[in-house]
Design a binder for this molecule. Structure first.
Ligand SMILES: Nc1nc2c(c(=O)[nH]1)N[C@H]1C(S)=C(S)[C@@H](COP(=O)(O)O)O[C@H]1N2
Ligand SMILES: [Mo]
Length: 327
């Protein structure tokens, strides 16, 4: 079962910088590692025990297990509901109809599942997802997800830092990019079978320094539960400062490579979907503005934030780069 760390301090009470850069260290320092019990299986007495461990500078909230998980992002925006997050999905392997994906993906087999990890690394290997979940600290990360179609959600992911995996597999000095691939399964995935317009499998990539940024995670769950198929079970990328299409789902292959990978979207329409795809309210998509967005569940529109609100954490990656040319 997954090793889960329960944050003692509510997410929104920590400053953004601590949240993003020191959170895990902080949690380890506070001695809050929680054995091997799955969160959903925790009984109240166990929760109380855990909550009373470590120092006591902030009050734990043992009376409500759910209070241990966050309820808003660091900007104070409330989480989207589990129902919203699991019923409004982009997953073209199943359907281009966002509201049809959940039904079509229901029961899609995601266990056992292995990820083949290799390319320009010292330690290649094929890993079972269950083993990856044991190897790394699984923690909650509440992130905004901004789709290039100009809608957004706030999602409480569970996952581990991509940088932790990279440290284990040790990229060689020739490695410049990380390339990730979704499963190819024409038989099981109706969208792959029915749409030959796209060059399956879905491929995405990051520059290695982007992949090392602490915000980049491989997510294995949300709302404290394992991912459902429609959200990219059992393991998918989440890079919250980029448009949602970069966050490739249901990964079976991860390679370190020397050349910039060509993503499925670059191959399909490179003038509309670039490699970087950083959220930027000033660079419009050829067919629509990116200045504002619709938060699912809200009326009206809200302004889109540079790098989706994560500028402080990621702007250094693009210093001196032309963000219009490198969209
Ligand atoms: N393999 C794969 N990954 C994918 C997609 C897809 O169609 N196939 N859609 C992307 C897009 S456009 C978005 S907005 C997010 C949506 O993630 P969610 O459905 O979990 O909210 O997944 C991304 N990852
Ligand atoms: Mo998207």
């Amino acid at each position: 079962m997954a090793r889960i760390q329960i944050p003692k301090i509510p997410w929104q009470e920590i400053t953004p910088e601590e949240v993003f850069l020191n959170r895990r260290k902080f949690m380890k320092g506070a001695g809050l590692a929680l054995g091997t019990a799955a969160l959903a299986a925790c009984s109240m007495p166990e929760m109380e025990e855990i909550a009373s461990e470590g120092d006591t500078e902030t009050a734990a909230q043992p009376e409500a297990a759910s209070a241990e998980l966050g309820t808003a992002d660091e900007l104070g925006d409330p989480l989207n509901t589990f129902e919203q997050i699991t019923n409004y999905n982009n997953y073209y392997e199943f359907s281009t109809d966002k509201q049809a994906v959940a039904r079509l993906a229901e029961g899609y087999p995601t266990s056992p599942w292995t990820v083949e990890i290799g390319g320009l690394v010292n330690n290649p290997g094929t890993y079972d997802v269950d083993d990856l979940k044991q190897m790394f600290d699984i923690e909650e990360r509440i992130y905004r997800l901004r789709c290039v179609e100009a809608w957004s959600m706030v999602i409480p992911w569970m996952g581990f830092q991509l940088s932790d995996l990279l440290e284990v597999i040790e990229p060689t000095s020739d490695a410049k990019y990380v390339r990730m691939e979704t499963i190819l399964d024409m038989e099981g995935m109706p969208g792959q079978r029915n749409s030959s317009w796209y060059q399956w499998p879905y491929v995405e990539g990051l520059r290695i320094d982007e992949a090392m940024n602490p915000l980049a995670i491989l997510a294995t769950g949300l709302y404290g539960k394992d991912l459902l198929p429609q959200n990219g079970a059992p393991i998918r990328l989440v890079v919250p400062w980029k448009y949602g299409f970069k966050s490739v789902k249901s990964i079976v292959k991860l390679d370190l490579v020397a050349e910039q990978p060509t993503s499925l979207w670059m191959a399909a329409a490179g003038h509309e979907y670039g490699f970087y795809a950083n959220v930027n309210p000033e660079v419009n998509h050829p067919r629509w503005s990116q200045a504002t967005e619709r938060r699912i569940g809200e009326r009206g529109r809200r302004p889109t934030l540079m790098f989706n609100g994560y500028e402080e954490q990621v702007a250094y990656l693009y210093e001196g780069m032309d963000l219009v040319a490198n969209y």
